[in-house]
Design a protein around this ligand. Structure first.
Ligand code: AMP
Ligand code: GLY
Length: 434
């Protein structure tokens, strides 16, 4: 069924500059309905597939101005920053179909305390939590929940605001640091056991369409050691997931959340990213994000067969109910992030990246760019913490892993590091449900 005849010959603008946006751009470039594809600010990899424009994403008015200037039909927001600032409201006010929630609905990600309030109102299962404004409250919460201690910065922190530790001194230090920021507030949570799942659900404000679930690797080192990062790798599908998991998450988590936001008059249009733990006491929400996840998007889109523009346009224009069932390929996808020296601390940037062509020639592998830019002589330089996201697609997770790591072997970036165990436990059938 056609969503809308207007979609023929659609002009799309993708905002952002990570590997998530490179994956979105690749999928949109492959969609025959997309006649013009722009990205802002983009990166060296995105530049090969879309017309890249500058855009200051810290200015909430900039995306709308650029979208108007380019005359696009659809704007797709990648990162959370502009959403939380209300940039999607301005694009929508300009009469352009917008994939991304307005400022109020984006608080689902922008404030963990707000997310807890919505979940309580909607009856969504999540970790017990205390919102704390000072260290005395933190101590009381620690006493109540016991170790391991889970301390979260209330505001946006690029995936790095959370500390989970058995060491009370470390947990208190993190709490102190977050509270010392202007308006600093933290959330202390009950520890959730069990494997984590990321599920992206498209929402047009009312209806919800789930994509395939993925798993992300947050810690920087193999064996889930070291500090949290924005994400070091991901895979999909999840061979260990219980039957009916996606339906269960939609029914118990995402649809009630979307309903609650609509009831408040702030409908959520875009993608609800539910980060969940499958605990011994059932599924629990760890966090919501108001955007596609990075690096999970890289593996989820590698498996989607339905042309993407059509799907995002349906979400942006209130027509998800009329969308046909999404089609997926049977393949497995694994992505491994190449991170700069010292990431997730302040990364070393400006270094040349070698082997991109050879890596891209490995069958079933694609190198997506994150923090990259062209240097003076058209060489590709690193510009951020997460530099590349190498995706392998194969018949099963083992095959996909092999292709990703084979491609990775061709890449050179001084001081860089990556995890060698992405999807390994799942391939070996060692992911345990509690
Ligand atoms: P968040 O930014 O809330 O997704 O947290 C980042 C990571 O910290 C999650 O992916 C989990 O690995 C871990 N985490 C967060 N909250 C909890 C919790 N309540 N119990 C156990 N681990 C958690
Ligand atoms: N993969 C974690 C995130 O996108 O926040």
């Amino acid at each position: 069924m056609e969503v809308s005849p207007r979609l023929r010959g659609v002009k799309v603008l993708v905002l952002g500059s990570g590997a998530r946006e490179h994956a979105l751009v690749r999928a949109l470039a492959a969609d025959p309905d997309v006649t013009e594809l722009y990205a802002a600010p983009g990166n060296a990899g995105i530049d090969a597939q879309a017309s890249v424009r500058p855009c200051d994403l810290t200015d909430p008015l900039a995306p709308a101005a650029l979208a108007r200037e380019l005359g696009v039909d659809l704007v797709v927001f990648g990162p959370e920053g502009p959403l939380v600032l209300g940039a999607a409201d301005h694009v929508r006010e300009a009469g352009i179909a917008t994939f991304g929630p307005g400022r109020e609905a984006a608080r689902l990600e922008g404030s963990k305390a707000f997310a807890k309030e919505i979940m309580a109102a909607a009856g969504v299962p999540t970790a017990m939590a205390h919102v704390c404004d000072d260290l005395d409250e933190v101590e009381v919460a620690f006493d109540q929940f016991g170790a391991p201690y889970v301390v979260k910065d209330d505001g946006l922190a690029a995936g790095k605001g959370v500390v989970v530790t058995d060491d009370r001194v470390v947990a208190l230090d993190h709490a102190r640091e977050c509270l010392s920021k202007p308006g600093g507030r933290i959330v202390v949570e009950d520890f959730l056991d069990g494997p984590e799942v990321s599920l992206f659900c498209l929402s047009d404000g009312e209806h919800v369409v789930a994509l395939q679930p993925a798993q992300d690797f947050k810690r920087v080192f193999d064996g889930d050691l070291g500090p949290n990062t924005g994400g070091m790798g991901a895979y999909s599908p999840l061979p260990w997931a219980p039957d009916g998991l996606v339906e269960d998450i939609v029914a118990r988590v995402v649809q009630p959340t979307v309903d609650e936001l609509a009831r408040r008059g702030t409908p959520f249009v875009g993608v609800v990213y539910a980060g969940l733990a499958l605990t011994s006491r059932g599924l629990r929400v760890i966090e919501f994000n108001a955007r596609f996840g990075d690096p999970e998007t890289q593996v989820v889109l590698a498996r989607l067969r339905t042309p993407l523009a059509h799907v995002l346009f349906a979400a942006a224009t209130g027509s998800l109910r009329d969308l046909e069932d999404l089609r997926w390929n049977d393949a497995a996808a694994v992505t491994v992030v190449v991170a700069a020296e010292n990431y997730p601390g302040a990364p070393v940037t400006g270094r040349p990246i070698g082997g991109l062509d050879a890596a891209g020639e490995v069958e079933g592998a694609v190198v997506l760019h994150a923090g990259t830019a062209y240097g003076e002589h058209h060489e590709v330089l690193s510009t951020g913490g997460r530099v590349l996201s190498v995706v392998g697609v194969g018949a099963d997770l083992g095959d996909a892993r092999e292709r990703a790591y084979e491609a990775l072997d061709h890449l050179t970036l001084e001081g860089s590091h990556y995890r060698s165990d992405i999807a390994l436990a799942a391939e070996l059938g060692e992911v345990q449900l509690p």
